[in-house]
Design a protein around this ligand. Structure first.
Ligand SMILES: NC(=O)c1ccc[n+]([C@@H]2O[C@H](COP(=O)([O-])OP(=O)(O)OC[C@H]3O[C@@H](n4cnc5c(N)ncnc54)[C@H](OP(=O)(O)O)[C@@H]3O)[C@@H](O)[C@H]2O)c1
Length: 296
Protein backbone atom coordinates (compact mmCIF):
# COMPACT_ATOMS: atom_id res chain seq x y z
CA UNK A 1 0.00 0.00 0.00
CA UNK A 2 1.35 3.46 -0.89
CA UNK A 3 2.71 5.65 1.91
CA UNK A 4 0.81 8.94 1.78
CA UNK A 5 1.89 12.07 3.65
CA UNK A 6 -0.58 14.90 4.15
CA UNK A 7 1.46 18.12 4.40
CA UNK A 8 -0.34 20.87 6.32
CA UNK A 9 1.74 24.05 6.06
CA UNK A 10 0.73 27.27 7.80
CA UNK A 11 2.71 29.30 5.23
CA UNK A 12 1.16 30.18 1.87
CA UNK A 13 3.57 27.97 -0.09
CA UNK A 14 4.06 24.48 1.35
CA UNK A 15 7.74 23.88 2.06
CA UNK A 16 9.63 22.23 -0.79
CA UNK A 17 12.41 21.37 1.67
CA UNK A 18 9.95 19.33 3.73
CA UNK A 19 8.63 17.63 0.58
CA UNK A 20 12.06 16.59 -0.67
CA UNK A 21 13.06 15.19 2.71
CA UNK A 22 9.76 13.31 2.97
CA UNK A 23 10.28 11.64 -0.42
CA UNK A 24 13.84 10.76 0.59
CA UNK A 25 12.45 9.28 3.80
CA UNK A 26 10.17 6.92 1.91
CA UNK A 27 6.87 8.72 1.30
CA UNK A 28 5.33 7.59 -2.00
CA UNK A 29 3.13 10.65 -2.45
CA UNK A 30 2.70 13.95 -0.63
CA UNK A 31 -0.60 15.81 -0.55
CA UNK A 32 0.44 19.40 0.10
CA UNK A 33 -1.71 22.23 1.41
CA UNK A 34 -0.39 25.76 2.08
CA UNK A 35 -1.91 28.61 4.08
CA UNK A 36 -3.70 26.08 6.28
CA UNK A 37 -5.61 27.57 9.21
CA UNK A 38 -7.24 25.92 12.21
CA UNK A 39 -10.66 25.85 10.54
CA UNK A 40 -9.32 23.81 7.62
CA UNK A 41 -7.81 20.99 9.65
CA UNK A 42 -10.75 18.81 10.63
CA UNK A 43 -11.96 18.10 7.09
CA UNK A 44 -8.44 17.50 5.80
CA UNK A 45 -7.78 15.00 8.58
CA UNK A 46 -11.11 13.27 7.98
CA UNK A 47 -10.02 12.83 4.37
CA UNK A 48 -7.12 10.78 5.74
CA UNK A 49 -8.88 8.64 8.30
CA UNK A 50 -12.09 7.58 6.56
CA UNK A 51 -10.47 6.41 3.31
CA UNK A 52 -8.51 3.42 4.53
CA UNK A 53 -9.28 0.63 6.96
CA UNK A 54 -7.91 1.24 10.50
CA UNK A 55 -5.43 -1.63 10.03
CA UNK A 56 -3.96 0.22 7.02
CA UNK A 57 -3.84 3.71 8.54
CA UNK A 58 -0.14 3.49 9.40
CA UNK A 59 0.37 4.04 5.66
CA UNK A 60 -1.11 7.53 5.93
CA UNK A 61 0.56 10.24 8.04
CA UNK A 62 0.37 13.97 8.65
CA UNK A 63 3.19 16.51 8.55
CA UNK A 64 2.71 19.97 10.05
CA UNK A 65 5.13 22.72 9.02
CA UNK A 66 5.33 26.39 8.05
CA UNK A 67 7.24 29.45 9.20
CA UNK A 68 5.20 30.09 12.32
CA UNK A 69 5.66 27.74 15.28
CA UNK A 70 2.62 29.02 17.16
CA UNK A 71 0.43 28.44 14.10
CA UNK A 72 1.93 24.96 13.77
CA UNK A 73 1.10 24.15 17.38
CA UNK A 74 -2.51 25.22 16.79
CA UNK A 75 -2.74 23.02 13.69
CA UNK A 76 -1.34 20.10 15.69
CA UNK A 77 -3.93 20.59 18.43
CA UNK A 78 -6.74 20.71 15.85
CA UNK A 79 -5.43 17.62 14.06
CA UNK A 80 -5.29 15.65 17.32
CA UNK A 81 -8.83 16.78 18.13
CA UNK A 82 -10.08 15.43 14.79
CA UNK A 83 -8.82 11.89 15.48
CA UNK A 84 -10.65 9.21 17.45
CA UNK A 85 -9.88 5.54 17.96
CA UNK A 86 -9.50 3.46 15.83
CA UNK A 87 -9.43 6.20 13.16
CA UNK A 88 -5.97 7.59 13.90
CA UNK A 89 -2.95 8.58 11.84
CA UNK A 90 0.53 9.57 13.04
CA UNK A 91 1.43 13.27 13.07
CA UNK A 92 4.69 15.23 13.21
CA UNK A 93 5.19 18.94 13.98
CA UNK A 94 8.37 20.63 12.75
CA UNK A 95 7.49 24.24 11.87
CA UNK A 96 10.52 25.78 10.13
CA UNK A 97 12.67 22.84 11.18
CA UNK A 98 12.51 24.06 14.76
CA UNK A 99 11.97 20.74 16.51
CA UNK A 100 14.52 18.73 14.53
CA UNK A 101 17.14 21.52 14.67
CA UNK A 102 16.72 22.09 18.41
CA UNK A 103 16.75 18.36 19.12
CA UNK A 104 19.88 17.81 17.00
CA UNK A 105 21.72 20.53 18.97
CA UNK A 106 20.47 19.24 22.33
CA UNK A 107 21.46 15.65 21.59
CA UNK A 108 24.96 16.75 20.46
CA UNK A 109 25.29 18.52 23.82
CA UNK A 110 23.98 15.50 25.74
CA UNK A 111 26.42 13.23 23.90
CA UNK A 112 29.39 15.42 24.74
CA UNK A 113 28.60 16.21 28.38
CA UNK A 114 26.45 13.34 29.58
CA UNK A 115 24.52 14.36 32.68
CA UNK A 116 23.39 17.98 32.26
CA UNK A 117 21.83 18.37 35.72
CA UNK A 118 22.80 21.72 37.26
CA UNK A 119 24.97 22.78 34.32
CA UNK A 120 24.67 26.43 33.33
CA UNK A 121 23.55 26.94 29.75
CA UNK A 122 23.24 30.26 27.93
CA UNK A 123 20.99 30.26 24.85
CA UNK A 124 21.49 33.40 22.81
CA UNK A 125 18.38 34.84 21.13
CA UNK A 126 16.44 31.97 22.71
CA UNK A 127 13.08 33.58 21.93
CA UNK A 128 12.83 32.07 18.42
CA UNK A 129 11.26 28.67 17.69
CA UNK A 130 14.58 26.81 17.73
CA UNK A 131 15.87 28.48 20.89
CA UNK A 132 12.61 27.90 22.76
CA UNK A 133 12.50 24.21 21.89
CA UNK A 134 16.18 23.76 22.83
CA UNK A 135 15.67 25.63 26.12
CA UNK A 136 12.73 23.44 27.08
CA UNK A 137 14.51 20.18 26.30
CA UNK A 138 17.74 21.19 28.08
CA UNK A 139 15.80 22.33 31.15
CA UNK A 140 13.99 18.99 31.12
CA UNK A 141 17.47 17.42 31.28
CA UNK A 142 17.93 19.32 34.56
CA UNK A 143 20.19 22.07 33.22
CA UNK A 144 20.15 25.63 34.55
CA UNK A 145 19.00 27.39 31.36
CA UNK A 146 19.03 31.12 30.60
CA UNK A 147 17.75 32.54 27.32
CA UNK A 148 18.62 36.01 26.04
CA UNK A 149 16.53 38.50 24.12
CA UNK A 150 17.22 42.03 22.96
CA UNK A 151 14.02 43.12 24.73
CA UNK A 152 13.16 42.26 28.37
CA UNK A 153 9.42 41.85 27.67
CA UNK A 154 10.07 39.57 24.68
CA UNK A 155 12.43 37.43 26.76
CA UNK A 156 9.91 37.18 29.58
CA UNK A 157 7.11 36.20 27.20
CA UNK A 158 9.25 33.44 25.70
CA UNK A 159 10.29 32.29 29.18
CA UNK A 160 6.66 31.94 30.24
CA UNK A 161 5.83 30.08 27.06
CA UNK A 162 8.72 27.62 27.52
CA UNK A 163 7.87 27.07 31.20
CA UNK A 164 4.25 26.30 30.36
CA UNK A 165 4.96 24.13 27.32
CA UNK A 166 7.61 21.98 29.02
CA UNK A 167 6.47 22.28 32.63
CA UNK A 168 9.91 23.48 33.77
CA UNK A 169 11.58 26.78 34.67
CA UNK A 170 14.10 28.72 32.62
CA UNK A 171 15.47 32.24 33.10
CA UNK A 172 15.44 35.14 30.66
CA UNK A 173 17.84 38.08 30.52
CA UNK A 174 18.04 41.06 28.20
CA UNK A 175 21.14 41.27 26.00
CA UNK A 176 21.32 43.86 23.27
CA UNK A 177 25.05 44.45 23.43
CA UNK A 178 27.86 41.83 23.30
CA UNK A 179 29.60 43.88 26.03
CA UNK A 180 27.27 42.05 28.46
CA UNK A 181 28.68 38.66 27.48
CA UNK A 182 31.57 38.44 29.98
CA UNK A 183 29.03 38.74 32.82
CA UNK A 184 26.48 36.44 31.23
CA UNK A 185 29.09 33.77 30.46
CA UNK A 186 30.32 33.61 34.05
CA UNK A 187 30.05 29.94 35.13
CA UNK A 188 28.42 28.92 31.84
CA UNK A 189 29.51 25.52 30.51
CA UNK A 190 27.34 25.42 27.40
CA UNK A 191 26.80 28.27 24.94
CA UNK A 192 24.14 27.79 22.25
CA UNK A 193 23.54 30.46 19.64
CA UNK A 194 20.02 30.32 18.23
CA UNK A 195 20.15 33.83 16.83
CA UNK A 196 19.00 34.66 13.30
CA UNK A 197 20.85 33.84 10.11
CA UNK A 198 23.66 36.25 9.24
CA UNK A 199 24.07 37.92 12.63
CA UNK A 200 27.24 37.60 14.70
CA UNK A 201 26.14 37.31 18.31
CA UNK A 202 29.47 36.51 20.03
CA UNK A 203 32.93 37.90 19.22
CA UNK A 204 35.75 35.40 19.63
CA UNK A 205 37.28 37.41 22.49
CA UNK A 206 34.13 36.86 24.59
CA UNK A 207 33.85 33.08 24.49
CA UNK A 208 37.58 32.33 24.53
CA UNK A 209 37.83 34.34 27.79
CA UNK A 210 35.04 32.32 29.44
CA UNK A 211 37.01 29.89 31.63
CA UNK A 212 34.08 27.62 32.49
CA UNK A 213 32.97 27.09 28.87
CA UNK A 214 33.05 23.49 27.59
CA UNK A 215 30.85 23.55 24.47
CA UNK A 216 29.90 26.23 21.96
CA UNK A 217 27.16 25.47 19.42
CA UNK A 218 26.26 27.88 16.63
CA UNK A 219 23.11 27.21 14.56
CA UNK A 220 23.58 30.12 12.14
CA UNK A 221 24.97 28.92 8.80
CA UNK A 222 24.92 32.31 7.06
CA UNK A 223 27.98 34.59 7.25
CA UNK A 224 28.80 36.33 9.42
CA UNK A 225 28.44 33.24 11.62
CA UNK A 226 26.89 33.58 15.07
CA UNK A 227 29.92 32.66 17.20
CA UNK A 228 33.11 34.10 15.75
CA UNK A 229 35.78 31.40 15.51
CA UNK A 230 33.34 28.45 15.45
CA UNK A 231 33.26 27.28 11.83
CA UNK A 232 30.14 26.16 10.02
CA UNK A 233 31.40 22.58 9.50
CA UNK A 234 32.70 22.10 13.04
CA UNK A 235 31.31 18.83 14.33
CA UNK A 236 32.88 18.45 17.74
CA UNK A 237 36.35 19.89 17.16
CA UNK A 238 38.38 21.47 19.95
CA UNK A 239 38.80 25.22 19.54
CA UNK A 240 40.62 27.07 22.30
CA UNK A 241 39.83 24.18 24.66
CA UNK A 242 36.11 24.30 23.83
CA UNK A 243 34.20 21.64 21.90
CA UNK A 244 32.77 23.45 18.87
CA UNK A 245 29.76 22.66 16.71
CA UNK A 246 28.79 24.80 13.72
CA UNK A 247 25.47 24.89 11.86
CA UNK A 248 26.36 22.12 9.42
CA UNK A 249 27.98 20.08 12.21
CA UNK A 250 24.52 20.01 13.80
CA UNK A 251 22.54 20.26 10.56
CA UNK A 252 23.83 17.00 9.09
CA UNK A 253 22.44 15.11 12.05
CA UNK A 254 19.27 17.21 11.88
CA UNK A 255 18.62 16.05 8.30
CA UNK A 256 19.15 12.38 9.25
CA UNK A 257 16.82 12.85 12.20
CA UNK A 258 14.18 14.54 10.05
CA UNK A 259 14.22 11.56 7.65
CA UNK A 260 14.18 9.00 10.46
CA UNK A 261 11.14 10.70 12.00
CA UNK A 262 9.19 10.76 8.72
CA UNK A 263 9.99 7.07 8.21
CA UNK A 264 8.82 6.36 11.77
CA UNK A 265 5.46 8.02 11.09
CA UNK A 266 4.67 5.12 8.72
CA UNK A 267 5.38 2.42 11.31
CA UNK A 268 2.30 3.07 13.51
CA UNK A 269 -0.90 5.06 13.30
CA UNK A 270 -0.92 6.74 16.71
CA UNK A 271 2.40 8.62 16.98
CA UNK A 272 2.63 12.33 17.78
CA UNK A 273 6.16 13.52 17.05
CA UNK A 274 6.72 16.87 18.78
CA UNK A 275 9.92 17.98 20.56
CA UNK A 276 10.14 15.29 23.27
CA UNK A 277 9.25 12.34 21.02
CA UNK A 278 11.65 13.60 18.33
CA UNK A 279 14.36 13.80 21.02
CA UNK A 280 13.69 10.15 21.89
CA UNK A 281 14.18 9.20 18.21
CA UNK A 282 17.46 11.17 18.13
CA UNK A 283 18.76 9.57 21.35
CA UNK A 284 18.06 6.12 19.94
CA UNK A 285 19.95 7.06 16.76
CA UNK A 286 23.06 8.20 18.65
CA UNK A 287 23.12 5.03 20.75
CA UNK A 288 23.55 3.12 17.49
CA UNK A 289 26.62 5.04 16.26
CA UNK A 290 30.33 5.07 17.21
CA UNK A 291 31.65 6.99 20.23
CA UNK A 292 31.21 10.82 19.82
CA UNK A 293 33.62 13.68 20.59
CA UNK A 294 33.73 14.46 24.32
CA UNK A 295 34.17 17.83 26.02
CA UNK A 296 37.36 18.33 28.05
N1 LIG B 1 20.50 23.84 10.42
C1 LIG B 1 19.20 23.87 10.19
O1 LIG B 1 18.66 22.96 9.60
C2 LIG B 1 18.37 25.00 10.71
C3 LIG B 1 16.98 24.90 10.69
C4 LIG B 1 16.24 25.94 11.24
C5 LIG B 1 16.90 27.03 11.77
N2 LIG B 1 18.25 27.09 11.73
C6 LIG B 1 18.96 28.25 12.27
O2 LIG B 1 18.73 28.30 13.67
C7 LIG B 1 18.76 29.65 14.12
C8 LIG B 1 17.51 29.92 14.94
O3 LIG B 1 16.35 29.80 14.13
P1 LIG B 1 14.98 30.52 14.55
O4 LIG B 1 14.03 30.33 13.43
O5 LIG B 1 14.60 30.11 15.92
O6 LIG B 1 15.51 32.04 14.61
P2 LIG B 1 14.74 33.41 14.45
O7 LIG B 1 13.35 33.26 14.93
O8 LIG B 1 14.98 33.95 13.09
O9 LIG B 1 15.57 34.34 15.44
C9 LIG B 1 15.72 34.03 16.81
C10 LIG B 1 15.74 35.30 17.63
O10 LIG B 1 16.80 36.15 17.20
C11 LIG B 1 16.55 37.48 17.67
N3 LIG B 1 16.97 38.42 16.63
C12 LIG B 1 16.33 38.73 15.47
N4 LIG B 1 17.05 39.63 14.76
C13 LIG B 1 18.17 39.89 15.49
C14 LIG B 1 19.30 40.73 15.31
N5 LIG B 1 19.45 41.48 14.20
N6 LIG B 1 20.27 40.74 16.26
C15 LIG B 1 20.15 39.96 17.37
N7 LIG B 1 19.09 39.16 17.61
C16 LIG B 1 18.12 39.12 16.69
C17 LIG B 1 15.04 37.55 17.96
O11 LIG B 1 14.92 37.59 19.38
P3 LIG B 1 14.61 38.93 20.22
O12 LIG B 1 13.75 39.81 19.36
O13 LIG B 1 13.90 38.38 21.42
O14 LIG B 1 15.94 39.52 20.54
C18 LIG B 1 14.52 36.20 17.49
O15 LIG B 1 13.45 35.71 18.29
C19 LIG B 1 18.88 30.52 12.85
O16 LIG B 1 20.21 30.96 12.70
C20 LIG B 1 18.45 29.59 11.75
O17 LIG B 1 19.04 29.93 10.50
C21 LIG B 1 18.99 26.11 11.25
Amino acid sequence: MRKLLLQLDSSRMPSVFDQVVAYDAGADAIMSYGGVTEGDVRDLIHGCIFTRAPKDLHNTAVWIGGNNMTAGEQLLAMAQDALFSPFCVSIMLDSNGSNTTAVAAVVKIEEALGDLRGKKILILAGTGPVGQRAAGLLAKDGADVTITSRKPEQGDKARQFIDARFNIEVKAVAMNDPARLPDLLDGVEILLNSGPAGVQMVPKSAWTAAKSLKIAVDLNAVPPLGIEGVEVNDAGVQRNGVLAFGAFGVGNFKTKLHKACVAKLFTKNDLVLDAEAIADVARTMVKQKPEPAKAR
